[in-house]
Design a binder for this molecule. Structure first.
Ligand code: APR
Length: 314
């Protein structure tokens, strides 16, 4: 059988999608297709990335597209398409617009890449992953949301800066929903193997937790137009790479819980074993009382978002 390269499709060639395509191509993760309803933008950015390969010396093909047939047979599909938050757009409006976008993209993905592992990025993440799963009808192993890798990257980068150490040596875990209901777990944060709780005061840790929780808003406020994209894109690629290279990594992702952590039927951020099949296992461990309370609160917020979908008939 001839050697077949892996294929990764990114839906949405905006800030997050295009950056993701660049990083994926530069790591030779396979053939990259960048799809957007704005065909020229997808094709233009794809060409630009391909030409960067001549300087940075990466070889994969990068193609722009507006037709899902060009994405057929993808191993991994990433959905970043949607409308960003903007002034005057209510939370419900955004929910309705993005549920429509993600739903329509997923119907096409189901038709053209029925075996793909699908990673949802569009916000509000926990609700969009729920919509995607419903439209795709794929087993839970193949529908994941990207949030925890980004949220924990933010926390890790703040810890590394505070202690003036390499971020490589900072390990952290973030559970729960994306954004301000996320649950950073200081008890499970280690710096060079030493618990963070032995290195910083509870007050300092809490300050870093709060900053991580509002990490996305801090960037939105600075940018004024648009939201973060470098760290989100890098986080997507880490998840996609774990699948495409069957790395069996343990990464925090939004996964459909089926009784784990006492939750069923909702996508919530938990540690996941990611490999060639997608989600190979939800890793469960015991939460202490404080963690349990924060996790339950976060689950309540995720459930409220899903209830909003039903209330709006989405
Ligand atoms: N089909 C294909 N592409 C679409 C569709 C659709 N139905 N609807 C919108 N798009 C495309 C837009 O044309 C745009 O190029 O999605 C892209 C979104 O890009 P940006 O507006 O630059 O948004 P970005 O910053 O990339 O964020 C994308 O990721 O982190 C989340 O909150 C963020 O939900 C947002 C998403």
């Amino acid at each position: 059988m001839p050697f077949r390269r892996k294929k990764i499709t990114i839906i949405g060639a905006g800030q997050v999608g295009a950056t993701c395509a660049y990083i994926a191509a530069s790591r030779d993760m396979g053939d990259v297709v960048l799809l957007d309803r704005a065909e020229g933008m997808a094709k233009g950015k794809a060409l630009d990335i391909l030409q960067a390969g001549a300087v940075e010396l990466f070889d994969g093909t990068v193609r722009g597209a507006a037709d899902y047939d060009d994405t057929a047979g993808s191993d991994v599909v990433v959905v970043t398409a949607g409308s960003p938050r903007r002034p005057g757009l209510s939370r419900d409006d955004l929910l309705a617009i993005n549920a429509g976008v993600v739903g329509s993209c997923c119907l096409e993905i189901k038709r053209t890449s029925p075996e793909a592992v699908v990673i949802i990025v569009t916000n509000p993440l926990d609700a969009m992953t729920f919509v995607a799963s419903r439209e795709l009808g794929f087993p839970r192993e193949r529908v994941l949301g990207m949030a925890g890798v980004l949220d924990s990257a933010r926390f890790r980068s703040f810890v590394a800066a505070e202690l003036s150490v390499s971020v490589r040596d900072v390990q952290a875990l973030v559970l729960g929903g994306h954004g301000d209901s996320m649950v950073p777990m200081p008890r499970h944060c280690f710096v060079g193997g030493v618990p963070l709780t032995q290195l910083l005061s509870p007050e300092r840790i809490q300050a870093l937790v709060e900053r991580a929780r509002r990490g996305g808003d801090e960037i939105v406020n600075l940018l004024e137009t648009g939201s973060a994209y470098y760290a989100p894109a890098a986080s997507i690629v880490q998840m996609a790479e774990a699948v495409l290279r069957n790395q069996r990594r343990i990464l925090p992702c939004a996964a459909l819980l089926q009784g784990e952590y006492g939750v069923s039927g909702l996508f919530v951020g938990v540690p996941c074993l990611l490999g060639g099949q997608g989600l190979e296992q939800v890793c469960e461990f015991e939460l202490d009382e404080t963690e349990r309370a924060a996790f339950d609160h976060s689950v309540t917020r995720v459930r409220a978002l899903v209830d909003d979908l039903a209330r709006l008939g989405l």
